[in-house]
Design a protein around this ligand. Sequence first.
Ligand code: PHE
Length: 341
Amino acid sequence: MKEQLEIIRKGALEAISGAQGAADLESLRVKYLGKKGELTAVLKQMGGLSAELRPVIGQLANEVRASVEKAIEAQSAIVSERALAARLEAETVDVTVPGKKIPLGHKHPMYAVLDEIKEIFIGMGFEIFDGPEVEQAEYNFTKLNAPEDHPSRDWTDTFYLTKDSTVLLRSQTSPVQIRAMETHGVPIRMISPGRVYRKDEVDATHSPMFHQIEGLVVDKGITMADLKGTLNTIIREIYGSNTQTRFRPHHFPFTEPSCEMDIQCHKCGGAGCPTCKGEGWIELLGAGMVHPKVLRNCGVDPEEYSGFAFGFGLERLALGQYKISDMRLIFENDVRFLEQF
Ligand code: PHE
């Protein structure tokens, strides 16, 4: 029996040291130590031994059991360590491999230009104001000193929302001048960018919806020199420090005197080219000294305060900045176009 036990020990230890996984080890444990296992089978024969031999064999059997158990335990530790190492190896992330690019959108080119302009004005102490796109005729025209028969009030030019022509889609951002003076009071320095609506047919330079930026400065002692100085400074920030400008007399109901501001064509330098339609100059904005009637309509005393206002089209500015030839591209939102900026 002694030899039998030694054979079992030898066989078991060999098999255990060659086991590759936890399942192998478990079946070896059953094979040698289980109820129907080899060691148990030997022990069952112990009844036939002499009284002297029984304790000796008993002790040896216990030793064999202990050494098999220990071997299983040791091998099990080795096997699970190996499994862990293999798993870590398989799951290793190489942080030096370039990542997958997630497609990310970006600012629309016109809003990029708008943000740039806002920054310039904010740097000069202007506040940003917002006004409603659905506006009252009272604000869009009347308080801005537009007479009842002014052509811009005509239904062929303006989108009215009510039959009595009292509510409309604003045709300019100028009503925000009124709203700003009413709510904020004077002195004031503000700009107000936003959408405006006119009954224009769509072509390369027209759209029934476009964007304007309105500006208003009211304080004591504001003169036309402030208007020219401020607008020249801003235009040179946008178009470059040696940009030439000129002011031409014009008419707006809400400013007196009124003017339009042109810049010398940045393409031909004033010689005349298709961009400036041979003129050498490009019309940029409308402006003027706030009409005393408009100030009075907002409860501001024109004897005490004066101011200037200006308004310009944002699309035209963006078209010039990015050398885009057709305004429709700005609104169509074709990704192939927008991706270029
Ligand atoms: N609202 C005028 C327009 O749409 C522009 C303007 C604004 C002119 C402010 C003078 C002062 O043409």
